[in-house]
Design a protein around this ligand. Structure first.
Ligand code: CU
Length: 321
């Protein structure tokens, strides 16, 4: 059985990017210190100590922020059971929020990833009138999962990414962190990531889509762009924001073979990049694993023909010492 997108299926930090979607500080990253001075209710909790050390601290590390809380998530407790995943966002007054503003064509983006990053889903639940979001759900694998809800409460006007941990019973076989890989195979498609992540900076990254060695130009707009990129930081699954370059609407019709993003990388380390793309009305996900180490080595002088080779001159995994 093919497990195409599991290529590098295990990491731990998350960056969400979407070409034309997850906007620059609006959806994923709004570190309290950086752009909401009026809103620092003396909360120096989990992000403490790094006030200005990062250009954009990763989102998705808190269950509560700016008065909003992700309530406990209701979902099947074990693998093999089909059911619903339900969640609610509680507002400053403690009641479920029912008014959300669309961002990237959806009122709420739900990212569910196992903490070893070998399982990843990006879906869009339906909002009930009582403020309950729900979606059909079944767990394929046991383990510990991080659920990220990415949304804009209309009353707040800013994007939040709140997170909760969900435990799923069953036989659990954790997997090691994936090796660095800039090539992913998904069904018949081969995707190549080009570009470098530079610690403390933003940098351009391009995903190229090919099939049978030929460029694919049939990418369909998905969430307002020709692809959607989520990046997670190894170690804490910090959810980083990625800036899309351009929007699907920029060009009429077809997209590809390349989709470009602007990735803000707050700290040195390894990152998992999950690229959602749509062809023939089907959304697939390609996974990449990139570390700033290797990226920083040769930002611009990497010969094309070395791309993706495991045995190139860089020492393979990128940390052999
Ligand atoms: Cu989404």
């Amino acid at each position: 059985m093919k497990t195409p997108w599991k290529l590098g299926a295990y990491a731990t930090a998350m960056v969400l990017v979407s070409a034309g979607a997850f906007g620059v500080g609006t959806v994923t990253g709004s570190p309290i210190e950086m752009n909401e001075e009026h809103n620092t209710h003396g909360r120096d909790d989990s992000s403490g100590g790094t006030h200005s050390a990062t250009p954009a601290g990763p989102a998705g590390l808190r269950v509560s922020e700016s008065g909003y809380t992700l309530a406990p998530i209701n979902a099947p407790g074990t693998t093999g059971k089909s059911g619903k995943l339900r969640l609610r966002v509680l507002g400053p007054d403690g009641t479920p929020v029912t008014e959300f503003t669309e961002s990237h064509e959806k009122k709420l983006h739900l990212i569910v990833v196992r903490t070893d990053t070998t399982e990843f889903r990006h879906v869009h639940p339906t909002l009930g009138s009582d403020g309950t979001w729900s979606i059909d759900w079944q767990w394929q694998e046991a383990g510990t999962y991080r659920v990220f809800a990415d949304f804009v409460p209309t009353a707040l006007g800013d994007g939040l990414t709140l997170t909760r941990i969900v435990e799923v019973g069953g036989e659990y076989r954790p997997k090691p962190f994936p090796k660095s890989s800039t090539v992913a195979k998904v069904d018949d498609y081969t995707l190549t990531l080009d570009g470098s992540l530079v610690a403390g900076k933003g940098a351009p990254v391009t995903v190229r889509v090919e099939r049978d060695g030929k460029p694919v130009t049939a990418l369909q707009p998905y969430l307002g762009a020709y692809g959607h990129l989520v990046s997670l930081r190894d170690g804490d699954l910090g959810y980083l924001h990625v800036h899309p370059d351009g929007e699907a609407g920029d060009e009429s019709g077809e997209g590809g073979p390349e989709v470009s993003f602007h990735v803000e990388t707050p700290t040195a380390g390894s990152y998992r990049l999950f690229f959602d793309f749509q062809i023939n009305d089907r959304v697939r996900t390609a996974e990449f694993t990139v570390s700033t180490d290797e990226a920083g080595d040769s930002p611009a002088d990497e010969p094309d023909d070395e791309q993706g080779d495991d045995d190139d001159g860089h020492g393979g995994d990128g940390h052999g010492h």
